[in-house]
Unconditional design. Structure first.
Length: 369
């Protein structure tokens, strides 16, 4: 089982917090989509002979692509790889791009899951983030999307300077009332060189309050657990049966191929990433060359990556998948976290407790070999 990620690096405008690879210029959009099709052909041996169970259009804003552009990528992928008939095919979409015609077109093209970047249902939050949509579009177009798709996830952001606990609760209550089966909820992170980073440095915006973020994360876990959602990964919550198959394959260490500028690939022993430059990417692909860097992973790197990813999931670290020496090393390092009730050991697994989830990355780093 493997997955394919397609990076569409175009956005209508730049969100203040975003550090992903994107451009707000659509000048070379046609050339980029042509290059994506060519790269799929060039990469057709990367995952063989494993079947592809998931395809994910991310970005950027994939919903800026035309129906024909999206469908052509799906068809090209199906012609070059063994794609399962019941493959999960996800498209990231912004609320302002959603129309009845597009929804019908996406479904006809083969999309069967939407990931909608809501971020907040409040106008003041969306303006502060510099999102392209407004609060009315968030509600109206999410309702419209539900007429065409059952499998929908939305993104929400917490821990922003002006977000009160009351408003955060209203965001979650709105998502629950709309019967959204999957939520991805992220604490605001101030990434270097982003517009938000500059606004904070120039004192034009308040910074992040870690205590407030922790409080809102704890509230989030409580509210969604009460509403019947599974907290199956630090930032992801799903009703039973609605987990993201694509992201779950990442977290379980399955192979994946990334197509497009800045996209990453992983085949268990190596990791590679395409250049994060649209023009160089297009020029190289036109020459029949994939512009990427590659890293061969040592056993130590593979183990550390597994620890970091697995500890974020509800299943935790499977000690049965490790050597005796590796288990002994991890258990020795984890003892203080078990003693302080941040980790629990059972059924040959190490799992974070509710309080431990607040310190997930730090605990994982301390368990590295």
């Amino acid at each position: 089982m493997a997955g394919i990620y397609i990076h569409i690096p175009f956005c209508r405008q730049a969100c203040h917090y975003c550090n992903f690879h994107f451009t707000t210029s659509l000048r070379y959009k046609n050339e980029l989509f042509t290059s994506l099709l060519k790269e799929i052909g060039l990469q057709q041996d990367y995952l063989q002979p494993e079947p592809v169970e998931t395809i994910y259009f991310g970005g950027g804003t994939p919903s800026l692509g035309t129906i024909d552009e999206i469908q052509s990528i799906i068809l090209k992928t199906q012609s070059c790889f063994i794609v399962s008939q019941n493959a999960e095919i996800t498209l990231e979409a912004n609320p302002d791009d959603i129309t009845e015609d597009k929804l019908a077109g996406w479904k006809e093209a083969g999309i069967n899951r939407l990931s909608i970047g809501i971020q907040s249902f409040f106008e003041e939050d969306l303006l502060w983030m510099n999102r392209a949509h407004n609060a009315k579009q968030a509600i109206d177009n999410l309702e419209l999307a539900k007429k065409y798709f059952d499998n929908i996830t939305i993104d929400l952001i917490y821990g922003t300077p002006a977000l009160t606990n009351e408003r955060w609760k209203k965001n979650i209550e709105t998502a629950i009332s709309l019967k959204i089966p999957h939520l991805s909820c992220y604490a605001l992170t101030v990434e270097p060189k982003t517009p938000l980073d500059k606004l904070i440095k120039h004192q034009k915006s308040a910074g992040v309050n870690p205590d407030k973020q922790s409080e809102q994360f704890l509230l989030l876990m409580q509210w969604l657990e009460e509403a019947g959602y599974e907290h199956y990964e630090i930032s992801n919550f799903a009703k039973p049966g609605w987990r993201s198959r694509h992201n779950s394959s990442y977290w379980s260490g399955k192979k994946y191929l990334g197509i497009g500028p800045s996209a990453h690939s992983f085949n268990k022993t190596t990791r590679q990433w395409n250049i994060a430059n649209n023009n160089i990417y297009i020029e190289s692909i036109n020459k029949g060359e994939i512009p990427f860097e590659k890293e061969v992973l040592t056993r130590e790197q593979q183990l550390n990556e597994y620890i970091m990813i697995a500890l974020r999931t509800s299943e935790g670290i499977d000690l049965g998948s490790l050597t005796n020496d590796e288990v002994a090393n991890i258990l020795k390092k984890s003892k203080r976290y078990i003693d302080t009730l941040l980790l629990k050991q059972g059924n040959n697994h190490l799992v974070l407790t509710r309080e431990g989830k607040l310190l997930a990355d730090g605990i994982a780093a301390d368990l590295f070999c």
